[in-house]
Structures are given as C-alpha cells and as structure tokens.
Write a protein that binds this ligand. Structure first.
Ligand SMILES: [Zn+2]
Ligand SMILES: [Zn+2]
Ligand SMILES: [Zn+2]
Length: 306
C-alpha cells in the first residue's frame, strides 16, 4: 500500500493562522496492538490507514513538539513534518509512549555527517538546538541519557524543568501552560498543556482522567480554539487515569458551557486503544454529528482568525 503523505496546509496571505497536526493518536498499546491476535486488532490491520495509530504526540507547526515517543521519526514522516525545524519539546510525562530518548539519539547522525564531509557542494545544515521542557522525572531521564553519552556527542539538547500552573514563554509568539493532569499522580507531575500562539489557544490533554477543580479554575482564563482530549477507553468504563468517549463528550460540554472552549472551537479525541475504541469509520458516524472529531495520524487542524 502506498502511504498517503499529507503536506502542511498553506498559510493564508492576509490571515493569521496556526497549524496543529496530530502525529500519533494511539494509546500505549499501539493500534493495532502488534503482538495481539484478537479480532479487534485483526480488523484494524485490515481497515484503512486511519486505524493504524502511532503513539500519541502532536506538533504546533513547525517548531513546538508535544511528546517524543519511540516511533516519532515514523509518525513525523508519515504526517509530512520535518523534525529538524523543532526548537521546543514539551513532555507531558515520562511514560514510555510519551518520552523516549531513542529519537533524540538519532540527532548524532547530523554530527557524524559533519565529521565526514560529502564531496558534493551542498553543505549539511548544522544541528539546531532543542529545549526539552518536562517534569522532574523527565529531566532526570534526560540528564542520565546525556551522561551515558559521556560528552561524546553534543546533541545540542537543553532541559527546562516545568512546574504545574507555572507558564513559560517559549518564544515571542508562544506561551506554554503546564496544567496538572489526572494521571500517575503518586509518581510524577503529569501535564496537559495549553499552548498560546498569537491570539490562538489550544488545549492538548492526554494522558488524563477527569481534570481536577484546580485545573478547571486555571482553564477559565482561556477562550480555546481547539481541544485535543484523551479518550483512551472508548466505549469501556473510564478510570482515574484516562477518559473514555462518554467523559470526553462531558468534557466538551463543560468547556463549552463555561465559555472555556469557543462556540466555534474544535474538539478532537486522541490516545485511542484498539481494545476499547471501535474503528475510525464507525466512530466518525457516531460522534462527528455531535461535534466531536475523531483524531487520526496526520490530521491537520488549522485555526484561522474568523
Ligand atoms: Zn499514553
Ligand atoms: Zn487486540
Ligand atoms: Zn501515561
């Protein structure tokens, strides 16, 4: 099968806009689950490519990445985005499907290429610096990774420790707000993020169960244009760690009722598990009439000034 690569939507000439792309939309099982022979996973293998989901991560095009799962190079390639343009990586939490140092290690390829110059005239661009923003556990993992390299390569990585509800300005146009997620709370500070760029605001909220009152209080300062929310458990019961489709629907209602999500704002579900979430095609017919977009890998979400 020939993969469908979707190029980034063009920027309008006079109109302010931001582009946000879902690179991966699967849960930590992957979708289908590679070692599973159940009928759901078999069906997903046979279905269209929208049922092949990489680990969840997303890009505020072209330079702010949320999460760095082990299969990031493949999901980025499939979505048609270039990781060398990424300057900031925001990490939700340390679980293996959200933060792996393997894709970061691949940065050494550029250093190797510089050591052994090519004979052609075209030069190889320098490796651009990348700031990794994350909780204490993510910073610890980053430090251990750099220590293990023993200074052998300068991967141009810098760490910035985030604390819940303490926003960081990451460039002139962009501010990131780490908000406490309802996820692995006894082990680390997991975050959902609001990203503000120009006049637009996006909430990216996986992995999380139903958010705390503190989180809702914090969210009241925004009028969101786009929400991407956890619906891991699909049609099965939700847990304190992850939402299901019913809770995602309630979450959207609440955000709309409180004016946190703009009336014309989009609401998209992600982090879907093969064992509890029906195929994309069925979800679309059930939920899109209600205003819920079913995320899939390579889905571009464009927000423009009305
Ligand atoms: Zn996850
Ligand atoms: Zn299965
Ligand atoms: Zn997790």
């Amino acid at each position: 099968m020939v993969a469908v690569k979707t190029p980034p939507p063009r920027e309008g000439r006079d109109r302010a806009m931001v582009r946000f792309v879902l690179l991966g939309t699967g849960s930590s099982d992957l979708y289908p689950s590679p070692w599973c022979g159940c009928d759901y996973c078999a069906r997903a293998r046979d279905n269209d490519e929208r049922d092949w989901r990489h680990f969840s991560c997303a890009l505020l095009f072209p330079d702010v990445l949320i999460d760095c799962p082990p299969d990031l190079p493949h999901s980025a390639l499939r979505a048609g985005v270039e990781l060398f343009k990424v300057r900031h990586l925001l990490v939700t939490h340390s679980h293996h499907d959200h933060f792996s140092t393997d894709p970061l290690l691949l940065r050494r390829s550029v250093l190797w290429a510089h050591k052994t110059p090519r004979t052609e005239t075209a030069t190889i661009p320098e490796l651009s610096p990348l700031v990794v923003h994350g909780n204490a556990k993510v910073m610890e993992r980053l430090r251990a990774f750099l220590k293990e390299l023993g200074g052998k390569y300068d991967l141009r990585l810098e760490g910035n420790k985030l604390k819940p509800f303490e926003p960081v300005r990451i460039d002139e146009r962009t501010k990131a707000h780490p908000i406490a997620a309802a996820h692995c709370r006894s082990e680390e500070d997991a975050f959902v993020f609001v990203l503000e760029r120009d006049e637009f605001a996006i909430l990216y909220a996986t992995d999380t169960g139903w958010l705390s009152d503190d989180a809702f209080d914090y969210l009241r300062q925004f009028a969101l244009d786009l929400v991407v929310a956890d619906a891991t458990f699909g049609i099965a019961p939700a847990t304190s760690e992850h939402m299901n489709l019913e809770q995602a629907r309630e979450f959207r209602e609440r955000l709309l009722n409180e004016g946190i999500l703009k009336e014309r704002g989009r609401f998209v579900v992600t982090h879907l598990s093969p064992h509890w979430t029906p195929p994309h095609r069925l979800l679309v017919s059930a939920l899109e009439p209600e205003g819920i977009t079913i995320g899939y890998d390579g889905l571009w979400l464009v927000i423009e000034r009305a």
